[in-house]
Design a protein. Structure first.
Length: 195
């Protein structure tokens, strides 16, 4: 969830121009901008692993993979977000330099401050993207990947994956062991049980 907002009101076009010169990234929510939190090592490592898996899998095809610095525009809700990873296969997105409007897949790596927002309101906004087929939430602190997939009737169905399982991202035809998502990640130690 956004933590602090900037006082100025922006149009989406003003925001896009203003954001080009910022060192700190901001998300745009219907006229207001919110600075993004910095990410932990595990968060960045998981996002990088997923980006590499997708890039290697999709190489040579019509789809492109973007990580962290590319925005997704949800025009119907007047929102611009920085997902951790996105894939677009739509030719219309090739000419857009600063944002993509037709993602097929969006991946968000969760954090304590954004988990509820990513699962709730942000997903509500993302569902307004007609092109979106899968929305993936990854917990960087344990083997847990939740893939929300749009079915043939337009409903979103949850496919959860845990330790030892193969994650399937059907929209981009990728199957990978969940451990590949977490390569080089050290999970936090659990407190010892008493008694």
């Amino acid at each position: 969830m956004p933590l602090a907002k900037k006082a100025d009101f922006f149009s989406a076009e003003d925001y896009l121009e203003w954001e080009k010169g910022n060192e700190i990234k901001h998300e745009y929510l219907d006229g207001e901008v919110y600075p993004m939190d910095s990410a932990k090592d595990a968060h960045v490592t998981v996002a990088g692993n997923i980006s590499v898996l997708l890039k290697n899998h999709l190489r040579g095809g019509p789809c492109r993979v973007y990580m962290a610095g590319m925005k997704v525009r949800v025009e119907a809700a007047n929102q611009l977000f920085y997902p951790d990873v996105l894939v677009t296969c739509d030719p219309a997105d090739r000419s857009a330099d600063y944002f993509k409007s037709h993602p097929a897949l969006i991946v968000e790596v969760l954090s304590e401050s954004t988990s509820a927002y990513d699962r709730g309101k942000k997903f509500e906004f993302y569902r307004q993207l007609d092109s979106l087929r899968e929305y993936v939430l990854v917990d960087p602190d344990r083997f847990s990947v939740d893939c929300f997939r749009r079915d043939a009737t337009g409903h979103w169905v949850l496919y959860p994956f845990g330790a030892g399982e193969t994650v399937e991202l059907a929209g981009v035809d990728l199957r990978a062991p969940i451990e590949a998502f977490y390569e080089d990640v050290t999970f936090p130690e659990k407190p010892a049980r008493r008694g």
